[in-house]
Design a protein around this ligand. Structure first.
Ligand code: NDP
Length: 337
């Protein structure tokens, strides 16, 4: 089993005497800064003079320019979007780094793909909550934790991992558990879900919709059955409480037989080839290179792809059911990572 740390194994005192800086006050930045403060630390918040700054000021933080926080802090939590981190790092964080400083990331992406290469003597750690920022804060306030992956790069002296674990404890993660992982593992797991699992689910849902409508079923009823009823969410929740397979027992015998006898058919060789391809593109950095190129070109393909999905009949059917969606929407439904 992977090594998991819980509250009792972790000493937050390794953070004593270290100045913590939180760069960015968005999803993760706000949640982690507030949790750190409630755990007895006094993080400095770094944000440009922009929309999120006023939120941090309202929450009682003294907000400084990013460059100033990079200068003053010894442990710097980089909590701005992965896409903008390399440029912000180069221009505003890197000039403020000193030997012994530690950079902390909430994802493995930029370190794994070497889009950020910390200088000699500066540690890179990862504290990656497997939870959206809002829930990181909400669970902390309820006295609960959340899963988290931690890692330390170039940690020959073994000094950085305890800092990562202490941060994981201070933000509330080790109440649930922090798994020792790596920048590579976090990146591959995350991107493979985004590029194989979720696209596969999206495509199957669209095929389900298209086939039923082509066979005379009403688009709005199919849309309701597909996701608006909330059954999808209930099944996902039951996977947590009853187990991935155990939840099948909550369905009728007909459903169980249908699901188990047909699951094997859903992975023909062509699909398996695409699964291999997605893994290759993630591990080799091919996807990363494509995404960097796309961003530099002003995201023309992203805009085209968005246009395409918004024109799909499922989107149109969903728009007709807008009022129903409000009624059916349940607290917690749709809250993913
Ligand atoms: P957000 O999109 O919420 O970050 C917004 C913050 O970034 C704001 O403070 C914003 O400030 C700042 N920002 C955006 N663009 C720039 C820029 N060009 N220069 C300076 N500051 C900028 O990020 P997330 O919290 O979603 O992600 C942060 C990290 O956490 C990432 O590494 C992500 O992978 C990881 N993560 C995110 C999760 C999530 O819940 N979303 C879950 C787990 C990990 P302003 O616009 O005011 O300038």
């Amino acid at each position: 089993m992977a090594t998991m740390h819980r509250d009792d194994d972790v000493d937050v005192n390794v953070l004593q005497g270290r100045r913590i800086g939180v760069i960015g006050y968005g999803n993760q930045g706000r949640a982690q800064a507030l949790n750190l403060r409630d755990s007895g630390f006094t993080p400095l918040v770094g944000n440009r003079d922009d929309e999120y700054k006023s939120r941090a000021v309202e929450d009682g933080f003294a907000v400084r320019p990013i460059r100033a926080v990079a200068d003053e802090a010894d442990v710097i939590l980089v909590l701005i979007p992965d896409e903008v981190q390399p440029e912000v790092y180069e221009e505003q964080i890197q000039p403020g780094l000193r030997r012994g400083d530690i950079l902390c990331f909430a994802s493995g992406y930029n370190i794994y793909y070497k889009a950020i290469v910390p200088p000699e003597g500066v540690g890179a750690i990862m504290v990656a909550p497997r939870m959206i920022g809002r829930a990181v804060r909400h669970l902390y306030q309820q006295g609960l934790g959340f899963p988290c992956l931690v890692a330390a790069e170039n940690d020959a002296e073994g000094k950085s991992l305890p800092v990562a674990l202490a941060l994981a404890k201070a933000i509330g993660a080790t109440r649930f558990g922090a798994f020792e992982s790596s920048f590579r593992e976090e990146t591959v797991i995350d991107l493979f879900a985004e590029q194989m699992l979720w696209p596969g689910i999206i495509k199957l849902c669209l095929l389900y919709f298209e086939k039923l409508v082509a066979n005379g079923c009403d688009p709005e009823i199919v849309t309701t059955e597909l996701h608006l009823s909330g059954e999808f969410v209930e099944i996902a929740k039951a996977m947590i409480t009853h187990g991935f397979f155990g939840q099948l027992k909550l369905h009728s015998q007909t459903s169980q037989y249908g699901q188990l006898s047909r699951a094997g058919r859903m992975a023909p060789p062509e699909l398996l080839a695409q699964v291999d391809r997605a893994m290759r593109e993630v591990c080799s950095g091919e996807f990363h290179a494509e995404w960097v190129k796309e961003q530099k070109a002003g995201k023309p393909n992203m805009q085209r792809l968005w246009q395409q999905v918004l024109e799909h009949p499922l989107a149109q059917s969903e728009a007709k059911l807008e009022s129903l969606r409000e009624i059916i929407a349940r607290p917690g439904a749709g809250e993913g990572r």
